[in-house]
Design a protein around this ligand. Structure first.
Ligand SMILES: Nc1ncnc2c1ncn2[C@@H]1O[C@H](COP(=O)(O)OP(=O)(O)OP(=O)(O)O)[C@@H](O)[C@H]1O
Ligand SMILES: [Mg+2]
Length: 480
C-alpha cells in the first residue's frame, strides 16, 4: 500500500500542507485541491486510491462531492475531515459511504491509522471481488435459517417460476436487491439480462428518457439515439428499485407501459414491443403512500401481484451469528469465534441498518479487531469506535432506539404571521418536528440524523413541546 495515491480536498492551505507532509513522509503519493470541483477533475484524470475530503467547502460542498465520488468512483475510499461543529455532517457522510472521519485539529496518529485502515479495507474488497470472479461465485445466496428467511426463500422460488410482477418491501439493508437478483436467477430469464433502475437517483426531468430512451434530437442534449432501460431489459428482468420515490408523472408512464407492453422512445414515432418481467422494491409503505396521494393506486395494484416483505434483522435474530460468520469467511477473516457475551450483544442490538450494517461490522472486525476470539468488551469497543453508533450513544440513547408515538397529523397552525417572532418560530419548530418524527416512524435517532441534529437535542425538544403522546417506547424500532 506504500505508494498509494491520495488526494486531499480542503480549502485551508494549512490543513493541505500538514496532511500532505505527514502522508508523503509515509511514502504515499499525495495531491491536493482547494475545492471539490478541482478535486473531481483530478479524480477524472488520474488513479486515486483514497480521498481526504473536507465537509465545508466553497463551490461544491463536501457531501455532494462524496455522493459524486461514491457514484463515479465506487472503489475510491473517502475519509471526511470535519470541524467539531459539524460532526453531525461527518456522521451522515459515514452513513453515505465514507470510510471514517477525522476531527480537526488533526492528530498525526489518527491520520495514519485511518489512512492505513482505509487502504486495507480497500485491498480486501478488491481481493474479495477477484476471488469471487475466479470462483464464479454468485452473489445472490440468501443466508439464514430462521423461519422468516425460509419462507422468503420458498416464496422467491415460487415467484421466480412465474412471470408475475413482484413488489419487494423492507427496511434499508434487509436484502431487497439480493432478493430481486435471486428471483431473476431462479427464473426462466436467468440467462438474459437483469437491468436495474434506481428510481430515487434519477432526476425527474431525465427519468422518461432513462426508462424509455430517446431519438436523436428529441431534446437539446439528445445528440444520439439512446435505448431506455425498458428496451434494454427486453427478454430479461427490469428491477425498479426505490419505486416509492418515483414522481407521479413517471408513475403514469410506467403504468401505461405495463398495460400496453409497448414503449415509445422520446421523440420517436414507432412503438416497440417489450417483453420484460418487472420486479420493484421500496422501503416505503406504498399503501400509505397511496392514501397520501403520492403513489398511484392503480400502479400499486399492478406491481403488487406477488408481495414479498423482508423482515428486519431484529425480528430474526437467530440468523445473526450465521450471517456474521458468513461475512467474516467471505472476507477471509480468521477471527470467527465469538464468546457468549459478544453473541448476546449482537443479538440484542437493534440493527437499524439491518444486514448491510452487520456486513459493515464484519468488515471492521476483519480490519481492526485485535485478538483471535471476539468477546463482548472488544466488540463493544469496536462499536464505540464506529462513528455512527457512537453518535447515537452521545444522545444518551441505549442500544435500543428510543421512539415516540406521534399520533396527530402535523398541522401548521394558522395565523402564524400574526404571532410575534418567538411564538412563530416555536410553532413552526413544533410542526416541523412532528412532521419529521412521523415520517421516521417516531424513532428519535433516525429523525435526528435525518434532520441533522443531535438525538439528545431532539429528546429535549420532544419534551419541551410535549410531542410524545404516550411517552417513550423503548421497543425494538417499529415493533413494540
Ligand atoms: N439474507 C442475506 N444473506 C446474505 N447476505 C445478505 C442477506 N441480506 C442482505 N445481505 C447483504 O446485505 C447487503 C445489503 O443488501 P441489499 O443491498 O440487498 O439491501 P436493500 O434492502 O436493497 O437495501 P437498501 O434499502 O438500502 O437499498 C448486501 O451486501 C447483501 O448482499
Ligand atoms: Mg437496495
Amino acid at each position: 500500500m506504500a505508494g498509494a495515491a491520495i488526494l486531499i480536498i480542503d480549502d485551508e492551505p494549512g490543513i493541505r500542507r500538514t496532511l500532505a507532509s505527514i502522508l508523503e513522509d509515509e511514502g504515499y503519493k499525495v495531491q491536493t485541491a482547494e475545492d471539490a470541483v478541482l478535486g473531481l477533475e483530478i479524480l477524472n484524470r488520474e488513479t486515486i486510491d483514497l480521498v481526504f475530503l473536507d465537509v465545508l467547502l466553497p463551490k461544491l460542498g463536501g457531501m455532494e462531492a462524496l455522493e459524486q465520488i461514491r457514484k463515479d468512483w465506487p472503489t475510491v475510499e473517502v475519509v471526511i475531515i470535519s470541524g467539531h461543529a459539524n460532526i453531525d455532517m461527518a456522521v451522515r457522510a459515514v452513513k453515505l459511504g465514507a470510510f471514517d472521519f477525522l476531527e480537526k485539529p488533526l492528530s498525526l496518529d489518527k491520520v495514519l491509522t485511518i489512512c492505513r485502515n482505509a487502504l486495507t479495507v480497500q485491498k480486501l474488497r478488491k481481493e474479495n471481488q477477484n476471488l469471487k470472479k475466479i470462483a464464479g461465485l454468485t452473489k445472490d445466496e440468501i443466508i439464514g435459517t430462521s423461519k422468516e428467511i425460509a419462507n422468503i426463500r420458498a416464496l422467491i422460488k415460487q415467484a421466480a417460476a412465474s412471470d408475475a410482477r413482484i413488489l419487494i418491501t423492507g427496511e434499508n439493508g434487509t436484502g431487497k436487491e439480493l432478493a430481486a437478483r435471486a428471483i431473476h436467477s431462479g427464473s426462466a430469464r436467468a440467462d438474459r439480462v437483469f437491468i436495474e433502475v434506481n428510481c430515487a437517483a434519477i432526476p425527474d426531468s431525465l427519468i422518461e428518457s432513462e426508462l424509455f430512451g430517446h431519438e436523436k434530437g428529441a431534446f437539446t442534449d439528445a445528440v444520439s439515439t439512446r435505448k431506455g432501460r425498458f428496451e434494454l431489459a427486453h427478454g430479461g428482468t427490469l428491477f425498479l428499485d426505490e419505486i416509492g420515490d418515483m414522481s407521479l408523472s413517471a408513475q403514469a408512464k410506467v403504468l401505461r407501459v405495463i398495460q400496453e407492453q409497448k414503449i415509445e422512445r422520446l421523440g420517436g414515432e414507432k412503438t416497440i414491443d417489450t417483453d420484460v418481467r418487472i420486479v420493484a422494491a421500496t422501503n416505503k409503505d406504498l399503501e400509505k403512500e397511496c392514501e397520501a396521494g403520492r403513489f398511484r393506486q392503480d400502479l400499486f395494484f399492478r406491481l403488487n401481484v406477488i408481495p414479498i416483505r423482508l423482515p428486519p434483522l431484529r425480528e430474526r435474530t437467530e440468523d445473526i451469528p450465521l450471517l456474521i460468520h458468513h461475512f467474516l469467511k467471505e472476507m477471509g477473516s480468521e477471527k470467527t469465534e465469538f464468546n457468549t457475551d459478544a453473541l448476546d450483544f449482537l443479538t440484542s442490538y437493534p440493527w437499524p441498518g439491518n444486514v448491510r450494517e452487520l456486513r459493515n461490522l464484519a468488515e471492521r472486525i476483519t480490519v481492526m479487531y485485535n485478538g483471535d476470539k471476539i468477546d463482548g468488551k472488544g466488540l463493544k469497543d469496536l462499536f464505540l469506535k464506529n462513528p455512527v453508533f457512537a453518535a447515537e450513544n452521545r444522545g444518551g440513547a441505549s442500544a435500543q432506539p428510543a421512539k415516540v408515538n406521534v399520533q396527530t397529523e402535523a398541522v401548521l397552525p394558522s395565523g402564524l404571521m400574526e404571532l410575534n417572532y418567538n411564538d412563530a418560530k416555536e410553532s413552526f419548530e413544533k410542526y416541523y418536528l412532528e412532521f419529521q418524527l412521523s415520517r421516521n416512524s417516531g424513532i428519535i435517532t433516525r429523525t435526528a440524523e435525518a434532520i441533522g441534529i443531535y438525538p439528545s437535542n431532539l429528546h429535549a425538544k420532544v419534551r419541551k413541546y410535549q410531542i410524545a403522546s404516550a411517552g417513550q417506547a423503548g421497543g425494538h424500532g417499529e415493533k413494540d
